[in-house]
Design a protein around this ligand. Structure first.
Ligand SMILES: *Cc1c(COP(=O)(O)O)cnc(C)c1O
Length: 425
């Protein structure tokens, strides 16, 4: 008995909530999560032998779809040489060269094993470099499950109703100042009040763990200017947007240079990888050169590096971003047109291969707006899509992703399902 239903029954006896990461449990949309037994291209095959067009793409990493041949062969080649050495290896150097070449602000980089480790290290670095304690984060931005950043956080924390996690001492939270996104006045006020105590500001430059929110014109530049003026470290968390919205992430698209950048997801090619990079002066504060300690038994793992290098090269050496933008706009237009036809109030922000659908009358500019969007309607829409063979994220607070493996057929099929599901609401 290996149906999703029976696997989930067993899993719930063995693992909290039956899952190893909370949003997978379908708690907010309801129903039993399906198990995936294999995946190829744009499709997942469930334990119940259904094929689904996948718009979750492993929550961001799978920009080349699943089971990509080039990445698979890169891993296979590395596998033949051993799985972990505990010494420096040649792949790490190639990986660092690629990241530094592709991401404008990065001069030096440290590889880690997840996005969480990347943001955690970036915060520690900002504090170690400035010798200050306080940091600013924004409501609804998610930076992994780092203690000081799990305050008014997005993604699963928000989906499951605990954006302020239990288990975090108040004394930690006191060092984190939380502001609404896109509110320049609040930002100015915080800098006036705390200026000399602020180690840094961390943000998702396009917040994508509460759906997808675009910064107002000039907002990111103001943030850059304020940080420079007050000697605070500007940290872009591009774990989601890095290599996704362009080869150089949001910072390239918007032409803003952060001091530090957190990366993850796509750079692992489907294996567990993260990275933090930035200005040499700040990065050299890391051990063994500097006093800020950070380490990892499996960091720079040869299999993970091989997969990541293959994924980045595929992006660098192709017209991937043009194709992704084309597919993204097609989906956006199909949904937008339908919404207008049936007179349903909703917003569909899209940038390249990222998009989301808010059932909301007004444009969504911050956490409050996103929270106000219609949850019941989203949940009905989610289940309608799933029944018709399309898997979108099981929460109104998560972004959809398209991969280069979403050929025209998959996009057309999905658009038909989106349209039908909207009509059926
Ligand atoms: C996913 C994500 C993280 C956390 O990465 P993990 O690899 O899940 O630890 C951090 N920041 C952003 C913006 C993310 O989307």
């Amino acid at each position: 008995m290996n149906s999703s239903e029976s696997l989930f029954q067993r899993a719930q006896q063995l693992m909290p909530g039956g899952v190893n990461s909370p949003v997978r449990a379908f708690r907010s949309v309801g129903g039993t999560p399906f198990f995936t037994k294999k995946a190829h291209g744009a499709y997942l095959t469930t334990a119940d032998d259904r094929d689904l067009v996948d718009f979750v793409c492993t929550w961001g990493p799978a920009i080349h779809g699943h089971d990509n041949e080039v990445i698979r062969e890169a891993i296979a080649e590395a596998l033949n040489k051993g799985t972990s050495f505990g010494t420096p290896n040649p792949y790490e150097v190639t990986m660092a060269e690629l990241i530094i070449e592709m991401v404008p602000s990065i001069e030096k980089v440290r590889m880690v094993n997840s996005g969480t480790e990347a943001t955690m290290t970036a915060i520690r670095l900002a504090r170690g470099y400035t010798k200050r304690n306080k940091i600013i984060k924004f409501e609804g931005c998610y930076h992994g499950h780092v203690d000081s950043l799990l305050i008014k956080a997005g993604s699963g924390a928000l989906t499951l109703g605990n954006p302020d996690s239990a288990g975090i001492p108040e004394s930690f939270a006191e060092e984190t100042i939380v502001l609404p996104f896109n509110d320049l006045e609040a930002l100015d006020a915080a800098f006036s009040k705390y200026g000399e105590e602020l180690a840094g500001v961390i943000l998702e430059p396009y917040p994508a763990n509460i759906g997808l929110i675009m910064p107002k014109s000039g907002y990111l530049q103001s943030l850059r200017d304020l940080c420079s003026k007050h000697g605070s470290v500007l940290i872009f968390d591009e774990v989601m947007t890095g290599f996704r919205v362009s080869a150089g992430g949001v910072q390239e698209k918007e032409d803003i240079q952060p001091d530090l950048t957190a990366l993850g997801k796509i750079i692992g090619g489907g294996l567990p990888v993260g990275a933090v990079g930035g200005k040499t002066e700040i990065m050299d504060c890391l051990a063994p050169l500097g006093p800020v300690y950070q380490a990892g038994t499996l960091s720079g793992n040869p299999l993970a590096m091989a997969a990541g290098i293959a994924a980045l090269k595929l992006l660098k050496e192709s017209d991937a971003y043009q194709r992704l933008e084309k597919m993204g706009s097609q989906v956006q237009e199909a949904i937008e047109t339908t919404l207008q036809e049936i007179g349903l109030p909703a917003q569909i922000p899209q940038v390249g291969s990222m998009f989301c659908l808010y059932f909301s009358e007004d444009p969504v500019e911050n956490l409050q707006d996103a929270t106000n969007s219609d949850t019941d309607r989203f949940n009905k829409y989610f289940h309608a899509c799933l029944e018709n063979g399309v898997y979108i994220p099981p929460s109104k607070y998560e972004g959809n992703f398209i991969s280069t493996a979403h050929e025209q057929e998959a996009i057309d099929q999905a658009c038909d399902v989106f349209v039908k599901s909207l009509h059926d609401l």
